[in-house]
Design a protein around this ligand. Structure first.
Ligand SMILES: Nc1ncnc2c1ncn2[C@@H]1O[C@H](COP(=O)(O)OP(=O)(O)OP(=O)(O)O)[C@@H](O)[C@H]1O
Length: 478
């Protein structure tokens, strides 16, 4: 029987001494390398070594750095917003932020957090990373070198799917990020006034906290739907406007008596579209040239609002003077200046612009303003109807179906010219529904009597005037 021989096994002490001499040699080599070879050459050698010795991988990594030079990198921001929609239960560390102006809490990935996503069957892995960088030039006040943080995202995937990722996944991320941005957007109200006016700052901005929405608006349901459909069509027609060669803008004229909800409708439109409002106070605009400066400072996806257009503007220099238009100090400002600029330069150098004029007296407007193609939709805000009252009752009193007082209220509303503002005021007078509705009925009755009296007085005056005219005629004839 053959006997197997084993090579002599090294002892533990001999292994230890080999290890010790090996690490000593590496250390000596490293020290010599660092002393003899200059730093730049060392880095170059390490890069080359890394390049040739890196493991053979089929992965491709795309880097999304926070900054592109000194400019913010939109793709980094888009990726951050997009990934906030991909956070799952498995996420371990998340960053929570909120600024004073924001209404929502932002949830973002914390450093080193990984998210696995899949797109058209391709698995991708996102990692959020940051790196501290010491600035070569300059120290802090305390003598320490400046340290900045470089933030970036890594997107890793199989390189065979490079085309899908670049041509489809990245645009998908941009689109999703845009949706999140719109969803989170806090609508702002900017007050625009002339840069040469007494106020140094000609654009004051605040969050628009107007709670008005299409749901809370008391108006004809059919008209409400028409407006919402019109807005929806407008925002999704980018390509259409481009195709037909028209600027992507839409004009609305809101007219009706005071207190019928013109301003509330503007706020509802802004809240619906998440568009900022630029409130242009024409009384404070000095001349055509400052108007241009102001308008050029407005952003896309916004509403330019000019309220009470009949009172706040002088007509075209060539056109007739409006009976109630107050005279501005400087006659350089004109309606034609405003309209030409809005139709021309302003609408062409921006996208998704809405312009809204409001007035209590449509009949007093300059025809130039009403000509077709200028204001695309004329919206009449009228006195309260029963339909509108039901919306107010649901909002203010939480009555969603019927109340025994509604029949009487319906009759009173029908025979009265009452504004939603007046009724809203009445509905706020108590927490007790019965008390409020009783008060409303009394108010509507009083108002009807008052209207009747006014009507009679007006008729009386007319009769008197007619008598005087008749008397004068008789006198002349005789
Ligand atoms: N249609 C409406 N639906 C709901 N609330 C309304 C409506 N109209 C008026 N209101 C209530 O009345 C208040 C004043 O209305 P709003 O300022 O919108 O009217 P307006 O037509 O713009 O008036 P003005 O012509 O005087 O500017 C609103 O804040 C709101 O509470």
């Amino acid at each position: 029987m053959a006997t197997r021989t084993f090579p002599e096994m090294p002892t533990a002490s001999s292994l230890l001494s080999v290890y010790a001499s090996l690490s000593a040699s590496i250390m000596i080599f490293r020290t010599m390398f660092e002393q003899i070879v200059p730093a730049q050459l060392r880095r170059y050698a390490v890069d080359i070594a890394k390049h040739y010795w890196k493991p053979n991988t089929s992965e491709l990594i795309l880097l999304f750095e926070e900054k592109d030079g000194y400019n913010p990198n939109e793709m980094f921001n888009a990726a951050q917003l997009f990934l906030s929609t991909r956070i799952t239960r498995d996420s371990k560390r998340l960053k929570i932020t909120k600024s004073m102006k924001e209404k929502h809490i932002n949830i973002k990935l914390a450093e080193s957090e990984v998210i696995v996503d899949s797109f058209e069957g391709v698995k991708v892995t996102w990692t959020y990373l940051s790196q501290q960088q010491k600035k070569m030039n300059g120290d802090n006040d305390d003598g320490h070198p400046f340290v900045s943080e470089k933030k970036y995202m890594e997107l890793k995937f199989d390189k065979n799917y490079k085309d899908i990722i670049i041509t489809s996944y990245l645009p998908f991320i941009i689109k999703k990020a845009q949706e999140v941005k719109i969803q989170k957007k806090v609508v702002q109200l900017h007050n625009l006034r002339s840069p040469h006016s007494a106020h140094f700052n000609y654009k004051q901005s605040v969050n628009l906290d107007h709670p008005s929405t299409f749901e809370t608006l008391a108006m004809d349901q059919k008209m409400k739907k028409e407006i919402m459909d019109d807005l929806d069509l407008f925002v999704r027609r980018k390509e259409f406007y481009k195709k037909v060669g028209k600027a992507w803008k839409r004009g609305y004229l809101l007219y009706g008596p005071p207190g019928t909800g013109k301003s509330s409708l503007v706020a509802a439109m802004a809240n619906y579209l998440k568009f900022d409002i630029y409130d242009l106070q024409l009384m404070n605009v000095k001349d055509d040239s400052s108007l241009k400066d102001i308008l050029l400072d407005t952003s896309n996806r916004s509403i330019l609002l000019i309220e009470d257009i009949d009172c706040s503007i002088l007509p075209d220099r060539k056109g007739p003077t409006l009976p109630n238009a107050p005279r501005l100090n400087d006659p350089k400002f004109s309606l034609s200046g405003l309209l030409n600029f809005i139709d021309g330069l302003w609408s062409c150098c921006g996208d998704e612009r809405i312009i809204i004029f409001t007035t209590n007296h449509k009949d007093r407007l300059d025809p130039a303003l009403l000509r077709p193609g200028r204001m695309d939709m004329h919206i009449h805000m009228s006195y309260l109807t029963m339909d509108g009252f039901r919306t107010l009752a649901a909002n203010y009193l939480n009555i969603h179906d019927h109340h025994w007082r509604f029949r009487e209220i319906k009759e009173l509303i029908k025979s009265n010219k009452v504004t939603p503002a007046e009724v809203a005021e009445e509905l706020m007078k108590s927490d007790n529904v019965e008390v409020v509705l009783e008060g409303l009925v009394k108010f509507l009755k009083r108002k009807r009597m008052g209207d009747d009296e006014n009507h009679q007085i007006e008729n009386g005056i007319h009769d008197e005037e007619a008598e005087i005219r008749e008397a004068k005629k008789t006198k002349i004839i005789s």
